[in-house]
Design a protein around this ligand. Structure first.
Ligand SMILES: Nc1ncnc2c1ncn2[C@@H]1O[C@H](COP(=O)(O)OP(=O)(O)OP(=O)(O)O)[C@@H](O)[C@H]1O
Length: 282
């Protein structure tokens, strides 16, 4: 059971207000997606959840307690650009986190403990589709495979909260689609909370159980740094399971193909899925 709460959170850099009055309560096992214009403060929100940045006002609670002031294993992260150790194999990369956490001096397990970890890492690699690539080095993997590895690396630490910062932004559409399925399935299997930033609206509503839009409510043209962004919309997303998400995706693809095929009059168009209708309304 994991809950997250932002209580009147602000983030300022000197005179510049980036975020203001952010209030948010997340229920257990939520898949929250954050959308908003470029530079508005989405990554800053994630970085505060990770404790890579501290709020200048307000506080963030994890399970009712203020979050630790340093990054901890209960909060995992995957970035858009892949960040692993190039000189370690795929398996070595996945085994690193638990070894540094469990043996901080040497960063290495031995004997039965090592074998047990290796087994767990291999099971996870197989789960994300990399079982046959365990001995390769990151440079030998495609972009999609590298993101699968980044997911395995985060999941081996069994985080309560997984933070994803545009994790599919650099991937081609086909790879992106298979990653959507994988992340949706892993979210359900691991019963963790996910907080993801994306610029892609269909992706947001496909994966999220809740989607928040972050933007400035007020602006001072003479002093653009005076006001920060906050949550301006909060959507309860419709797809609450992978199965429903897949059904939605199939429907969206059908609409797209029908429109491409030249059904351009309004009467001919198939009904727009409920989620897109909700988006248009807002
Ligand atoms: N360490 C820092 N010092 C000063 N300003 C910063 C710092 N980190 C971020 N900012 C500023 O905070 C603002 C929000 O940045 P952030 O990366 O959170 O935006 P974003 O919404 O994630 O953008 P994008 O969608 O382009 O990734 C930006 O204007 C950025 O320049």
């Amino acid at each position: 059971m994991t809950t997250i709460r932002f209580e009147n959170v602000w983030k300022e850099y000197d005179e510049r207000v980036v975020l203001e009055q952010v209030n948010l309560s997340l229920a257990d096992h939520e898949f929250l997606v954050i959308i908003g214009p470029s530079g508005v403060g989405k990554t800053t929100l994630l970085r505060m959840l990770l404790s890579q940045e501290q709020p200048t006002r307000g506080r963030i609670l994890l399970d009712g307690e203020p979050i630790a002031s340093e990054p901890t294993a209960d909060r995992g992260v995957v970035f858009q650009r892949y960040s692993v150790f190039p000189h370690k194999t795929v398996l070595g990369n996945v085994m690193m986190g638990p070894q540094w956490a469990g043996a901080p001096l040497l960063g290495r397990f031995f004997g039965a403990r090592r074998r047990a970890l290796e087994e767990r890492a291999m099971a996870l690699l197989t789960r994300v589709g990399l079982g046959e690539h365990a001995e390769k080095y990151p440079a030998q993997l495609s972009g999609g495979m590298q993101q699968r590895l980044a997911l395995a690396q985060a999941l081996i630490m069994k985080p309560k909260v997984l933070l994803l910062d545009e994790p599919f932004g650099a991937l081609d559409p086909g790879t992106r689609k298979s990653m959507h399925e994988l992340v949706g399935e892993l979210w359900e299997e691991n019963r963790m909370t996910i907080v993801m930033v994306t610029h892609d609206l269909p992706e947001a509503f496909l994966l999220g159980t809740r989607v928040i839009a972050v933007d400035k409510r007020r602006n001072d043209p003479q002093a653009p740094e005076r006001f920060g962004a906050t949550i301006v919309s909060d959507f309860e997303a419709k797809c609450r399971s992978v199965r429903e998400s897949r059904a939605f995706e199939t429907e969206r693809e059908r609409v797209r193909l029908t429109l491409l095929a030249g059904n351009s009059t309004t009467e001919d168009r198939p009904p727009v899925p409920a989620i897109e209708t909700a988006l248009v309304k807002d």
